[in-house]
Design a protein around this ligand. Structure first.
Ligand code: GSH
Length: 220
């Protein structure tokens, strides 16, 4: 398998997920330079991802899977390790997917779109994404509202779904851990339970996969 990998929260989610499975998939990492717009060139768009986005996973049979939750769920299913980061029963899987959806819709997506719609990033995304003037601040407010709610829901829990680590934790940690480099407010909200949870995620072995420099010549 080949993982088309790069900077940013979406690729980081997949790398961290792979690390947390503790399984060696033998995936070759293929770095894509999004800063030089390699992902928007004909070659990548025609042969890897028609949406011009990373990450993408090329399977051994040549088929390509995109969208981070689809990639993570696929890898979880083919992993030969005991356990699952989605769930081992129908109820656990439903619970994980519930939290993944909440975390993505209420926090990760508004956070990312807030960044994309800042003046600083406007030129970079122009022509590739739909940008709306003046929307960055309201989206930040939405993400903060989502974080406030999650902060309350984390009370007394180790992980977002309770006592087991799931894709929901990995997703939020990957987004906060990468986006804070450009919008530092994501780590500076003062939400005590989120702060405690973030610090515990930072201590995990998988956290080093936030760093793309670490991936040079990696087989995951
Ligand atoms: N819905 C996609 C989102 C992927 C995405 O937005 N990736 C970003 C990197 S974090 C990207 O490709 N950015 C490059 C660009 O917009 O030029 C997924 O779930 O994988």
């Amino acid at each position: 398998m080949i993982l088309y990998d790069s900077l940013g929260p979406n690729p980081a989610t997949v790398r961290l997920f792979i690390a947390e499975t503790q399984h060696s998939f033998g995936i070759k990492v293929h770095p894509v330079d999004i800063m030089s717009l390699e992902n928007r060139q004909e070659d990548y768009v025609n042969t890897v991802n028609s949406r011009g986005e990373v990450p993408a996973l090329r399977l051994a049979n040549g088929h390509i899977i995109t969208e981070i939750t689809a990639i993570c769920e696929y890898l979880d299913e083919v992993s030969e390790k005991e356990g699952s980061l989605i769930g081992t029963t129908a109820e656990e899987r439903a619970e994980t997917r519930m939290w993944v959806r909440r975390v993505f819709l209420e926090i990760c997506n508004p956070m990312t779109e807030s960044l994309r719609n800042t003046e600083e990033f406007n030129a970079f995304y122009q022509g590739h994404r739909k940008l709306i003037e003046g929307i960055s601040e309201p989206l930040k407010e939405l993400a903060l509202k989502g974080m406030e709610r999650l902060n309350g829901e984390l009370e007394g829990k180790t992980f977002i779904a309770g006592s087991r680590i799931t894709l929901a934790d990995i997703l939020l940690f990957a987004f906060m851990g990468t986006l804070n480099q450009v919008i530092p407010w994501v780590l500076d909200t003062g939400f005590n339970n989120i702060n405690k949870w973030y610090k515990s995620m930072e201590q995990r072995e998988s956290a080093k996969y936030l760093n793309t420099a670490y991936l040079k010549d990696q087989i995951l």
